[in-house]
Write a protein that binds this ligand. Structure first.
Ligand code: F3S
Length: 74
């Protein structure tokens, strides 16, 4: 079972081109930096955060957002 401490959300800076869908859809979880690229801002990794992160990951055209369990190696 995944606990609130097991989730790792990352934005691949090499892939993000600043579409902004992630922080438009889930401003509680993502924000933009000065150049318009996404930054993960939430440190609360509960179920709603997980759902939002997965949704953002699927919605990003560049597939720049990764959501994984801390125990998962990739
Ligand atoms: Fe970047 Fe994708 Fe968000 S390109 S700004 S991570 S929707």
């Amino acid at each position: 079972m995944t606990t609130e401490h097991d989730l790792v959300i990352t934005v691949d800076r090499d892939r993000c081109v600043g579409h902004g869908r992630c922080f438009d859809l889930h401003p509680q979880l993502f924000t933009s930096d000065d150049l318009g690229f996404s930054v993960v801002k939430s440190t609360l990794h509960d179920q709603s955060t997980r759902d939002a992160a997965l949704d953002a990951s699927l919605d990003c055209p560049e597939r720049a957002i990764s959501v994984r369990d801390r125990s998962t190696r990739s």
